[in-house]
Design a protein around this ligand. Structure first.
Ligand SMILES: [Zn+2]
Length: 199
């Protein structure tokens, strides 16, 4: 099926993961939010600034789907001007990064486009480099998953209008609980900090 231009990797600046650097404009960024797209591995979305996707040959690519400068402001002062709307009520001075995948995923069954270790690790590398670039502390108040934000703001869960990205890294029949968001959020931050210790 042919994707619309706005959902195609080729419509945006993109690099293979091994060639990606956070070569980005100066500005005020205070938060980074992690997501999954709830679609397939190839469709990308300008609601995020960076999408971790798979290209036609199955290689991981980092796709810059939204200009970071559009979120370097209080977006709610002028909500009609364009910005990436990735995390409800939290898009001012905030970047959204996302793994493409998890279409029709449930906590107990991740479906046809599950998270994979290479995709998770790629997201953590992107998050680490962005945090370093913009001086964002990698702690639970500054770098959080959409699920952690949803817990704080009262819309967490695998329910209609709820969000649970990224509250689980593997499918598990246990009921989804807010502690899952906290645990996985901490695991993602641990892995991001690990990337910054590399030379
Ligand atoms: Zn999300």
């Amino acid at each position: 099926m042919e994707l619309e231009a706005r959902n195609r990797i080729d419509s945006y600046p993109h690099r293979r993961l091994s060639e990606w650097t956070a070569d980005l404009p100066d500005g005020r960024i205070e938060h980074i939010y992690t997501h999954w797209s709830a679609h397939d591995y190839h469709s990308v979305f300008p609601a995020y600034h960076f999408c971790v996707a798979l290209d036609e040959s199955g290689d991981i690519v980092v796709v810059n789907t939204h200009d970071v400068r559009e979120n370097m402001r209080d977006v709610y002062e002028d909500p009609d001007a364009p910005y990436a709307a990735h995390t409800r009520g939290r898009n001012s001075h905030a970047l959204g990064i996302s793994i493409m995948g998890m279409q029709e995923a449930k906590p107990e069954d991740f479906g046809a486009y599950p998270l994979t270790e290479p995709l998770i690790d790629a997201l953590c590398l992107v998050g680490a480099r962005l945090a370093a670039r913009y001086g964002v502390p990698i702690d639970a108040d500054h770098v959080m998953s959409h699920a952690e934000a949803a817990v704080r703001d009262g819309y967490f869960g695998n329910v209609e209008n709820g969000r649970w990205d990224i509250a689980r890294l593997k499918a598990d029949p246990r009921p989804l609980v807010p502690q899952d968001a906290a645990d996985v959020g901490e695991e993602l931050r641990r892995r991001m900090r690990g990337h910054l210790e590399l030379p």
